[in-house]
Ligand binder design. Structure first.
Ligand code: PLP
Length: 457
């Protein structure tokens, strides 16, 4: 079948065609994302204040709303070459199975040990920490992909890596933990007795399984109280979207080689980093009035920041030690029901994507867990890859869009982000196969509780 078609199953770039620069969407945004605020004074965070928490170069990237292209340092580009370029795949088998006139493409980021796109930013953040002469970095991890990616990057550069892992994941995903330890990271279940905030949380909620917001507070506290350490974060931040733009830049370069023009671009959205990276060059064209695309963020119905949250300043963590960010949020107190897409359980959303969404430049839909796993299974059976539950949110909506085309006869070209593989998520697949998976959808009353506690700014 493949030989009959002009476009190959997989489009790879040559090494020489790989991006030399990251692209910063903020440079082309008319309405810039709102600045982070100091949680005490409510004044915009200065570079000096931020540099107590983050590395200097990363602070500069975080605050830079004007530079469109940021050169990717040579050392990072050589690291990228170990697992990039990632393929742009034409989902011929899925198209055939769906009997759709739509053309479906996906950009596959699961081809590295972390099993996700997170390594793209982990290596960049570790590189700048090393360049500054730091001893190490601290971070949190929920599902474990970010912690794994960061420990790989730190091992490569000889940096110490301290990971606070949400306690339920620590207990439920022992293999993730061992991968991190293989790469030399120290992994602590959060909340822990190691930090003041951890001890406080444990006193108030003995036996708690922890949350991402709580692990963030512990990691930040550890970084600011340890000489030679800074804190790093795997999503949400402007700098992370910048690093992840490598996904979209590669996808666009590969598509341009074959004259492919996408109509619809779809990605799952937890904190917004893969989606922000995938859409970056396309949104740039849209912002400059050069081209138009339909862009769809997909989130779980159990944690619907875009579709049911508020666009407001909020805390990024439970301990309220981090700066305030203006974003679509469910409130930092919101604890989502135990959805299996661990990477999509954060209460907030990237301020860049939040602004773009508020300006009507992209749309969002929420999907139910069982529908997501149905799509995951259909995809695995025809395309071969066992997708991560997070990624499967994008698969669900790509399939839905392709089925709409079947009705209308429209020959849309669809691109979606396949962010990773699901080998560590087999308990979730097991629940689905055994018919034990539930669809949790919070009621308006439940959401109102988290939203009522937003800080007054
Ligand atoms: C972390 C993760 C996500 C969600 O995070 P974003 O910052 O929204 O991209 C999606 N897919 C996978 C595989 C992940 O590990």
């Amino acid at each position: 079948m493949a030989t009959e078609k002009k476009i190959p199953y997989k489009i790879y770039l040559e090494e020489s065609e790989m991006p030399q620069n990251w692209y910063n969407m903020r440079a082309d945004m008319k309405n810039k994302p709102a600045p982070m605020l100091n949680p005490g004074t409510h004044e915009p965070m200065t570079a000096e204040e931020l540099s107590g928490v983050f590395c200097a170069d990363l602070v500069a990237q975080e605050l830079d709303n004007d530079t469109a292209f940021v050169p990717i340092p040579e050392e990072i580009r050589s690291f990228y070459k170990m697992y990039r370029p990632s393929p742009l795949v034409r989902a011929y088998c899925l198209e055939e199975k769906l009997q759709t006139p739509a053309k479906i493409y996906y950009k596959f980021e699961g081809n590295n040990t972390s099993g996700s796109h997170k390594l793209n930013s982990a290596i960049a953040q570790a590189y700048y920490a090393k360049k500054q002469g730091l001893k190490g970095v601290t971070t949190e991890t929920g599902a474990g992909q970010w912690g794994t990616a960061l420990s790989m990057a730190c091992a490569y550069l000889g940096l110490d890596c301290k990971v606070y892992m949400v306690k339920v994941s620590y207990e439920q995903k022992p293999f993730r933990r061992e991968v991190m330890r293989t790469y030399g990271a120290s992994v602590t279940p959060s909340p822990s007795m190691e930090t003041e905030i951890g001890r406080k949380i444990l006193e108030a909620h003995p036996g708690t399984g922890g949350s991402l917001g709580c692990a963030i507070s512990e990691a930040v506290e550890k970084a600011v109280t340890s000489e030679g350490y800074r804190y790093v974060l795997g999503s949400v931040l402007n700098q992370v979207l910048l690093h992840q733009s490598v996904i979209g830049l590669e996808a666009k370069a590969a598509a341009d080689k074959y004259g492919i023009k996408f109509d619809t671009i779809i990605g799952c959205a937890g904190g917004g980093s893969n989606l922000g990276g995938l859409i970056a060059p396309f949104m740039g064209q849209k912002l400059r009035g050069e081209a138009d695309y339909e862009i769809i963020a997909v989130e779980p119905a159990s944690c619907p920041s875009f579709t049911r949250g508020k666009f407001a300043y909020d805390f990024c963590d439970t301990g309220m030690v981090c700066p305030l960010a203006k974003m679509y949020t469910l409130g930092s107190d919101f604890i989502p029901a135990p959805n299996h897409a661990g990477g999509l359980r954060y209460h907030g959303m990237s301020p860049v994507l939040s602004q773009l969404y508020d300006d009507g430049l992209m749309s969002a839909v929420s999907v139910k867990q069982t529908d997501v796993f149905q799509a995951a299974e259909a995809f695995a059976r025809c395309e071969g890859i066992l997708p991560a539950p997070e990624s499967s949110h994008a698969i669900r909506v790509a399939i839905d869009e392709a089925l709409k085309c079947k009705e209308t006869g429209e020959e849309k070209t669809i691109l979606f982000g396949l962010t990773g593989t699901g080998y560590f998520d087999m308990v979730a697949y097991e629940k689905f196969h055994d018919g034990l998976m539930e669809d949790y959808i919070p009621t308006d009353e439940e959401l109102a509780i988290g939203l009522s506690k937003l800080p007054q700014v």
